[in-house]
Each structure stands twice: as C-alpha cells, then as structure tokens.
Design a protein around this ligand. Structure first.
Ligand code: GLY
Length: 318
C-alpha cells in the first residue's frame, strides 16, 4: 500500500513534515502533496491538478489518501479519494474545529462550482478518522470562531441543553458533544434526504453570502449570519417564540450586511435543497428542535429587506 498525504499550504508549513516523517518512520511509502489554502481553491481544477501529480508519481489503486487539514481539505481530498481509481481508502486527519465537528463526519465530499458551493461531489466515508486535539494548539482565533458557530448551530437544531450551557463546556467537551450530535443525525440519514438537512440551518443564506463575497466572508461568519436569518424567518412565520429568537440573537448579535436583497435571493435560489423553484429553509420550532419548510419568497424578501441583519463576533466558550 502506498500513501499520499494531501494538505493545504498553511497546514503543510505547520504539520506536513511531521506527519510525513511519522509515516516514513513506520516504513511506509508516502508522498506529500499540497494546494493553496482557502475555500476559493476548492475547485475541480485543483482536484485535477492533484490527480495529475499522483498519476505522474505512479500512484494507482493500491493507494491510501490521507486528508490533513480543515473543512476545505477534507471536502476536496475526500472527493479525490472517492474518484481516484474508482475509489481508494481515505484517512481523515482534521486539524480545525470545523474539520473535527462537521466535515470529517458523515462522508460528504465535494468542490465548488462556478456559482455555487459544494455543487459537485460524492458521499464517501473515510476508512479512519484521527482526532488529535494537539492540532488545535496553533489554530487561529478566526478558525475557533468558525468552529464555535458550527457547534452552536448543531446545538440549535438538536440539543437545547448544549446551546443554553455552551459557555460552561470546555473547548474539548464542546467538540466531543458536537461530534456526538452530528454522528447521531448522520446515522439516521446518511444520504441527506431527511433529518440530516436540519444541519443546514443558516446555510442557504450562508452559501449565498460566501459566493457573493468571493469567499472573503468566512464560512463561520456566513453561517452566523444565516442562523439569525433562519431564526428570524421562523419567528416571522409564527413558528419560533420571541423568547427563543431573542436568546439566539443574543448569541449572534445583529450587524449590518451589505448585499442587495435581489443579489442574495438570486444566489439563494441556487441552493441544492430547493426544488420546483421553491425556496426551502430550515426553521426552528424552538431551540433544540428544527424542521425543513418551504418559505414564500415574499417572507424571505421582507426579512432580507427589513433587517439586513446579521451576526456577531462575540461568541464565547469555556
Ligand atoms: N455539513 C452538513 C452535513 O454534513 O450534512
């Protein structure tokens, strides 16, 4: 068996050499490949370039791919592993909180299309996932923010106690609890046809925002905006109580957002969850309980127009 560790340039500098040596010291035949960091590089051409490098190194079916990095690396490299020689074993080594609590669980892989996030991809489960909290020692604050947003989002759709007591959890307890939530949801709906879609709370809005900002707004910031947006829609539609809505707003406080309503709507219409030209949103019935529903465009427009909300930088944990 030959191994190929694939990472991005940031993680390459931090951990590439160490993990490469680890494999070498175990007597393994291993190569280390990398690509530029960031959501903007999660593309078909970057994947193709890595595939060409593997093929020119003589890698064939007896390959195990190791994805070393955060969500972008896991999505792209997971996709590559699922199609290389019709699928080769995949080992995930998440190095960020988002990687640990979201991307490494449930087998979603993919790259972005020209106008939409994660439009091309597969479901492909890893053979092994290595959770090593030591990677988090070098994690920048911005990445902790992204991770906390994902954890709070999981709490909002599934686990009221976790949401309400989030600040009492240590980072590692919170990561563990979030992993448990996602594993429970994914085991009920591995192919995203039902309950798993609840994890997309805030994501229709978030993906539109990420694409419009050319990925200058991070996924975590965009989801924080999106969570308040979906909570506001839930409140406007009479599904969520004012008390719960206020509690959510207090965690993700409102700030101004600078895209036109029409631009946002156009991008939101492209979301994978939509069907028959109807916009689907994840609504909150209460904190810890979510549902999927069609939302009339006039409600979306009103909330986009009225509030041009969104979300905050002061998420705390521990
Ligand atoms: N990130 C949402 C999911 O895995 O379904």
């Amino acid at each position: 068996m030959r191994y190929a560790i694939i990472t991005d340039h940031v993680v390459l500098n931090l951990y590439g050499e160490r993990i490469y040596r680890q494999y070498k010291n175990e007597g393994k035949d291993v190569a280390l490949l990398s690509f530029p960091a960031g959501e903007a590089f999660k593309t078909r051409s970057v994947k193709e370039n890595l595939e060409n490098q593997l093929l020119s190194l003589g890698y064939i079916r007896d390959t195990t791919i190791v994805a070393l990095g955060g969500g972008v690396v896991i999505d792209l490299v997971g996709f590559l592993a699922s199609t290389f020689c019709r699928g080769v074993p995949l080992i995930l080594m998440p190095t960020t909180v988002v990687g640990m609590v979201d991307a490494s669980i449930g087998g979603k892989t993919g790259v972005n299309g020209p106008g939409g996030k994660n439009m091309i991809g597969t479901f492909y489960n890893a053979a092994q996932t290595v959770i090593d909290y030591n990677f988090l020692h070098t994690l920048p604050e911005k990445e902790w923010f992204n991770g906390r947003v994902e954890m709070l989002k999981a709490a909002l759709v599934w686990d009221r106690d976790f949401f309400e007591n989030f600040s009492t959890f240590s980072d590692f307890q919170a990561i563990q609890r979030s992993r448990t939530i996602k594993e429970a949801i994914v085991s009920q709906d591995p192919y995203d046809r039902g309950v798993r879609r609840l994890l997309n709370l805030g994501h229709t809005f978030a993906h539109a925002l990420e694409v419009l900002s050319h990925y200058r707004i991070s996924h975590g910031e965009a989801v924080a905006f999106g969570v308040v947006f979906d909570a506001r829609i839930s409140y406007e539609m009479g599904v969520l109580s004012k008390d719960d809505f206020s509690q959510i707003q207090n965690v993700f406080p409102p700030i101004f957002l600078d895209f036109s309503c029409e631009e946002m709507l156009q991008k939101m219409r492209l979301d994978k969850k939509n069907s028959n030209n109807l916009l689907h949103c994840i609504l909150l019935q209460k904190i810890g309980l979510a549902t999927q529903s069609v939302v009339p465009e006039n409600v979306i427009k009103r909330v986009l127009d009225d509030t041009r909300l969104c979300a905050g930088k002061n998420i705390q944990v521990g």
